[in-house]
Every structure is written in C-alpha cells, then in structure tokens.
Design a protein around this ligand. Structure first.
Ligand code: SF4
Ligand code: SF4
Length: 123
C-alpha cells in the first residue's frame, strides 16, 4: 500500500479543539485568506472555525471520515492554529495535542515509524 501522510488518515485534531484565530486572518484587504463564511465571531478580536466552537464537533472544512481518509477543504487557506499544530514525530518529537486528539477518537498516538515511507526505506 503506498505511504500517505498520517494526517490524511486521521483528522482527529479537526474534531477535538476549538480553532480560534485573530479576525484579520479572514480579512482579504489585510492579507487574510481564511474564508470568512466558514468562521463565526468568538469575541471582539477573534473568529472561530464553524463547528469547532465547543470543541465537541468537527470543523466545517473537514472532509472525509475521521481515522479513514480525511482532508482539509481549505488547506492552503487554513488558519494559524491549524498550521501550528504539528503531528507527533513529523519533526522528531511527540506532540501532546496530536496524541490527545487521536486518543479521543480511538486512534493510537503516531510513532516515528509512521513517518517512514517504503520509498525512504528502500533508498
Ligand atoms: S491529530 Fe495529529 S495526525 Fe491527526 S490530523 Fe491532527 S496533527 Fe495529523
Ligand atoms: S480549517 Fe482545516 S485544518 Fe483547520 S480545523 Fe478545519 S479542517 Fe482542520
């Protein structure tokens, strides 16, 4: 089976945490790129991705089934918290946020082996 990025078989963090960010990230004239219609107002300074307000449901932009095949429908335009959440062991260290989200959805924490593609092993 070809190796695919572990996040594309997960999506757990997109259905675990409230995804809040500064409102300018959705203001095109200020350089923001997050689609405004996919976020709701959290407070005077912050927006929140719709669906993640309570941290119990899934982000409106998440496509696919958690733990199966998932993708972010606005990957190139996702807000900063999504860019900052590192998957465990992608850069050589565990990520407690990643591990917690996966455990919450019945998935085991990633291990360093999850990042070894067959291509890399063969090289
Ligand atoms: S919980 Fe971890 S592995 Fe799953 S999508 Fe988020 S960062 Fe990727
Ligand atoms: S914007 Fe994309 S990466 Fe961020 S929580 Fe939603 S689906 Fe996940």
């Amino acid at each position: 089976m070809p190796w695919i990025h572990p996040c594309l078989r997960c999506g757990a963090c997109c259905a675990t945490y409230r995804v809040a960010f500064y409102w300018t990230e959705a203001e095109p004239h200020l350089g923001g790129r997050v689609p405004r219609d996919l976020a709701s107002k959290l407070d005077p300074h912050r927006l929140v991705m719709r669906g993640t307000e309570t941290g119990t449901e899934r982000c409106i932009a998440l496509q696919g089934g958690i733990g199966d095949r998932t993708t972010c429908g606005i990957y190139d335009r996702r807000p900063s918290p999504c860019r900052e959440l590192a998957p465990s062991w992608e850069y050589g260290e565990p990520s407690p946020q990643c591990d917690r989200a996966r455990l919450r959805h019945g998935l085991p924490p990633l291990t360093p082996e999850d990042w070894q593609s067959p291509d890399a092993t063969a090289a």
